[in-house]
Design a protein around this ligand. Structure first.
Ligand code: SAH
Length: 363
């Protein structure tokens, strides 16, 4: 019997030696989700002492605007007396606690709500349980666990889709090859799969790229979207996705590792860095449409937050807390300025047919 590997790197290398180079999606799933060594399974990655900071951790205003959206979606649904509020990858529970504060406003909303959190990290589930008490959420590990039958759904996901595993493909002289993680002289390296793929396996928009071009496929993100869209088609409701990414399918390498607020080599220390890729919003919208639900025109984070009233909210917060006024203005800038999160981050709203939550209007 072989001994249990001492690290994720050793486990990955052993797997490559035994079975050959692995797909980037397998590598990414192991790095982020391995039950004992996976990045998200073992730690709280947020904040100054962690690896990165997300919008809800920057300011309560972000979650409040999403809370206002949840209220508008509930109104658009006709104020049902039962609905499921679902968050994908709730982190420390900060976003949800800000959402719930605002959602407690409209009479009847909180009483109608059941809270479902999709999360795989034990340390973060513990943080969410503490932060969200006295609400009693239900946890599940995957969107597959969301019941296909039931009351309407309102789903929110901030910086969730960027951690879902991707595959990479590269154009070489003889065509497109999947890029795999292999070992060269005992070191982890990217290399092409031996066989070229048929041209028609690639989306038309990328087929004729120059040699050397990389294209990323967010297959797990699309599968997650398809599952959610199927639930929406049956149960009615809406999904709001906020993440960094691009509006139209295109080529280019965005796979990256972030460790202690700096970019790192994604192959160097498996399980120690956050691995992400930019989200292809066109692919998500396509997956939703194929399942019979309606993607609304994509907004930038700046457009969405402005429409939800973040500017007057910042002013009001500054007026009640004059000592914090300067930092509130700085937070507003970080969330909305084009050279910060305002333009790179996008907001995709998907609804069941006929539903028009503010600010997305009729589709
Ligand atoms: N939404 C939060 C956290 C973003 S980080 C925020 O904005 O601060 C990504 C989150 O997704 C974490 O909570 C992480 O534990 C969770 N996560 C990562 N991979 C997951 C998976 N495969 N299934 C469910 N949750 C996952």
């Amino acid at each position: 019997m072989s001994e249990a590997p001492a690290s994720l790197g050793a486990l990955i290398d052993a797997q490559i030696r035994a079975a050959g180079p692995m797909s980037l999606s397998t590598y990414m799933s192991l790095c982020l989700g391995h039950p004992t060594f996976g990045y998200y399974r073992t730690r709280d990655p947020f904040g100054r002492a962690g690896d990165f900071v997300t919008a809800p951790e920057i300011s309560q205003m972000f979650g409040e605007m999403i809370g206002a959206f949840v209220a508008s979606a509930w109104h658009a649904l006709g104020q049902p007396d039962r609905f499921d509020l679902v968050e994908l990858g709730p982190g420390r529970g900060t976003l949800m606690s800000d959402i719930l504060r605002v959602a407690s406003g409209p009479p009847g909303l909180i009483e109608a709500m059941r809270l479902l959190l999709v999360e795989t990290s034990e340390p973060l589930i513990a943080a969410q349980r503490e932060k969200l008490a006295p609400v009693v959420p239900v946890w599940c590990a995957s969107v597959d666990n969301i019941n296909p039958e039931g009351p309407p759904l309102i789903v929110v996901a901030n910086e969730f889709y960027d951690v879902l595993p991707i595959k990479q493909f590269q154009k070489l002289a003889d065509g497109w090859h999947e890029r795999l993680v292999g070992l060269v002289d005992g070191k982890r390296r990217f290399g092409p799969s031996p066989l070229a793929l048929p041209r028609r396996a690639l989306p038309e928009a990328v087929r004729s790229s120059a040699i050397g071009t990389v294209w990323e496929a967010g297959l797990a993100a699309e599968a997650t979207m398809s599952t959610l869209a199927g639930r929406l088609a049956k149960r009615k409701g809406t999904v709001l996705i906020i993440d960094y990414g691009y509006a139209e399918t295109r080529t280019g390498e965005t796979f990256q590792a972030v460790e202690r607020h700096a970019f790192a080599d994604p192959l160097a220390r498996p399980g120690e860095a956050d691995l992400t890729a930019h989200v292809d919003f066109e692919a998500l919208a396509r997956a939703a449409r194929q399942a019979g639900v309606v993607p609304r025109p994509l907004l930038t984070q700046a457009q969405f937050l402005a429409a939800m009233g973040i500017v007057p909210r910042a002013r009001a917060l500054g007026a009640t807390n004059p000592v914090d006024a300067e930092s509130i203005t700085a937070d507003l800038r970080r969330l909305t300025a084009g050279d910060h999160m305002g333009a790179l981050f996008k907001v995709l709203c998907i609804t069941s047919p006929g539903l028009a939550p503010y600010p997305f209007g009729k589709g």
